[in-house]
Design a protein around this ligand. Structure first.
Ligand code: FE2
Length: 308
């Protein structure tokens, strides 16, 4: 935890608001005029206690700084890297998370099944077989005067379980919601970048945003597609980066070296928060601004830049 503690101390000493304001990613966010806009923050896969802790430290500052109306968080890795648990859910909710999405690990912690069945703020991929615990979509308030947003959680099939088609499932879900909401957000939890990009194009103009999760590596392709859908292939991981996608390095490396199972444990050090900020026009349901968030930044040394 040493690097995590160090990062938090640095933040506190140097005034959180100033640090975040100067962060390059935020400068790109364009808020359009005085129209009714809603600001959504989507936090990428939160891994274990280190991930929960950094959200607890940073989220209130982020909410205030960017006047965030709704916080959505992928929580499928909060239970020591696989699954969710009630304690993490409580801590993240206290920190300011409003809605939780999931993925292939949502069901790893059997003790969470009851919450999955009963808590309206927790959703899991919709395209699993009928009868699986939980629900895959929901309608949530974005705040006073902003109306509601539909949230759909989908999972890809490439290099993953052979579940129902996420494309056709999305069509069905949009049909259920289109008379009730203007804004629709999709968390596409998938391994293959191509499958996520294809879904982005397929849903362009039909939903407000398609943001990817699962790979734990943030992609630099955030953009607004031609018909107004905000898109990013992967929002990235919120958790320990002295790791292999959140897990301790030795066990992960041994799996590749020996091609045998090795017990995964959540890593602890070098903790970062990954997210995407969206501004939505609540009258049209289109994305008007999209920006990646990654904090604190990696040490990149004296990298060459185009300005030099
Ligand atoms: Fe996943």
């Amino acid at each position: 935890m040493r690097n995590f503690t160090l990062a938090i101390n640095v933040l506190l000493k140097s005034h959180l608001a100033e640090q975040l304001a100067s962060y390059q990613g935020f400068k790109k966010l364009q808020v359009m005029g005085k129209k009714k806009t809603a600001t959504i923050l989507f936090i990428g896969d939160v891994v274990g206690k280190p991930g929960v802790q950094i959200v607890s430290h940073l989220l209130k500052g982020l909410r205030t700084k960017h006047s965030v109306d709704l916080v959505i968080c992928n929580g499928e890795n909060t239970h020591n890297g696989k699954g969710m648990n009630k304690e993490a859910l409580h801590q993240l909710r206290e920190a300011g998370v409003d809605v939780f999405t999931g993925g292939n690990h949502t069901w790893n912690n059997f003790n969470f099944f009851e919450t999955l069945k009963t808590d309206p703020s927790v959703i899991r991929p919709l395209n699993y077989p009928r009868g699986v615990y939980g629900k895959g979509l929901g309608i949530f308030s974005m705040g006073e005067g902003l109306g509601d947003i539909g949230i759909i959680n989908l999972q890809g099939r490439t290099f993953m379980s052979s579940i129902d088609c996420p494309f056709r499932t999305a069509d069905w879900a949009i049909k259920q919601m289109k008379d009730k909401v203007t804004c629709i957000f999709v968390d596409m939890h998938a391994e293959a970048t191509a499958e996520k990009i294809a879904l982005g194009w397929y849903l362009d103009g039909k939903v407000s945003a398609v943001l990817g999760t699962h790979t734990h590596v943030q992609t630099a392709d955030e953009r607004i597609l031609p018909k107004g859908t905000g898109y990013c292939s992967d929002v990235g991981m919120t958790g320990p980066f002295e790791s292999v996608i959140g897990m301790q390095i030795k066990a992960a490396t041994d799996r590749f070296l020996y091609q045998t199972p090795h017990k995964y444990e959540c890593a602890e050090n070098d903790v970062h928060l990954s997210a995407v900020l969206l501004t939505l026009d609540t009258e049209t349901g289109k994305t008007t601004g999209i920006s990646r968030v990654f904090y604190p930044d990696f040490n990149r040394g004296e990298a060459l830049t185009s300005e030099k």
